[in-house]
Design a protein around this ligand. Structure first.
Ligand code: ADP
Length: 275
């Protein structure tokens, strides 16, 4: 992973430089949904930049535009007006195929519900994006998937099916799947929303490690204020506007907190579910 990520980042250096050094630059972004004659302005002119290696928490009440914004950043949708530069590339006018291409090259996604294929092992789940991205030989696909599963601490369980894994372990598989294409940007939508407190901190420790050690840029939507405290910057939406953008001077350190917590034999590594 480290070599791949470093190479990917070196490869993107030129493009990043063309974007004022930002991974993400959006200018006056709007998204208006049209439901028949009714227009729903979900985003009303959002401008911001995110630099490489930032860890940004995205907050705001339900209906404030967070998902719409993340869908645009993830190239799953296109803005109504405004511009989006991803690593220097103006992707705002891309069609669906072009958006799919740039998603594969740049972006990993993590969701609240893990979204793993149930009758498929952890290893095979992680290999899935490599089927879509480029011609990767079977042996290389498997080696790459093993590498990222080891990185997220799931090496010993890569032959398990999702039902044999705890929630935290399933989210680790999902994170490994998001990393398998060496993305520059990780978009996470409530990744700890289905997890207990300790497991949530374990997932935040993993994301902080990837952010610090791999230089991965992360945007994470969360409703929980304590989860946002692990980020280095917090932005907030209200009624489709960006209403707050605050650096976090001293983010909480999830790994350090875990080290001082009592061991919970029922949580975290799912030892009870070992075959
Ligand atoms: P959040 O993620 O903060 O809950 P959303 O981005 O999902 O907010 O929604 C912002 C606004 O856009 C809401 O008023 C919502 O009802 C509306 N909206 C979201 N998606 C659609 C859609 N596909 N069609 C119509 N309206 C939508």
């Amino acid at each position: 992973m480290a070599g791949g990520a470093a190479a990917a980042q070196a490869g993107e250096a030129g493009a990043v430089a063309g974007n004022n050094g930002a991974v993400i630059r959006v200018e006056d972004l709007t998204r208006i949904y049209e439901l028949g004659d009714v227009k729903v302005p979900a985003l009303r002119g959002v401008s911001l930049q995110v630099r490489p290696g930032e860890f940004v928490a995205v907050r705001g009440p339900s209906g404030s535009g967070k998902s719409t914004f993340m869908n645009l950043l993830g190239c799953l949708d296109h803005p109504t007006t405004g511009r989006y530069f991803l690593s220097g590339e103006d992707v705002s006018t891309y069609d669906a195929d072009q958006r799919a291409g740039i998603r594969n090259r740049f972006i990993g996604f993590v969701f609240q519900g893990f979204n793993l294929l149930p009758r498929t092992t952890a290893l095979e789940n992680v290999e899935v994006p490599l089927y879509y991205s480029r011609a990767v030989a079977h042996a290389e696909r498997e080696a790459r998937a093993r590498e990222v599963l080891n990185l997220v601490g799931l090496g010993p369980r890569m032959d398990h099916f999702p039902s044999q894994l705890s929630g935290g372990q399933q989210q680790r598989v999902a994170i490994a799947r998001a990393l398998v294409n060496t993305p520059q940007l990780l978009l996470a939508d409530e990744p700890t929303g289905n997890l207990d407190s300790r497991t949530s901190i374990e997932i935040m420790a993993l994301l902080q490690k990837l952010n610090r050690e791999q230089g991965l840029t992360i945007l994470l939507v969360t409703h929980e204020s304590d989860i946002a405290e692990y980020a280095s910057r917090v932005i907030a939406f209200h009624d489709g506007h960006l209403v707050d953008d605050t650096p976090v001077a001293a983010p909480r350190d999830a790994a350090r907190e875990l080290a001082t917590m009592p061991v919970d034999e029922w949580a975290g590594n799912g030892a009870a579910k070992e075959a």
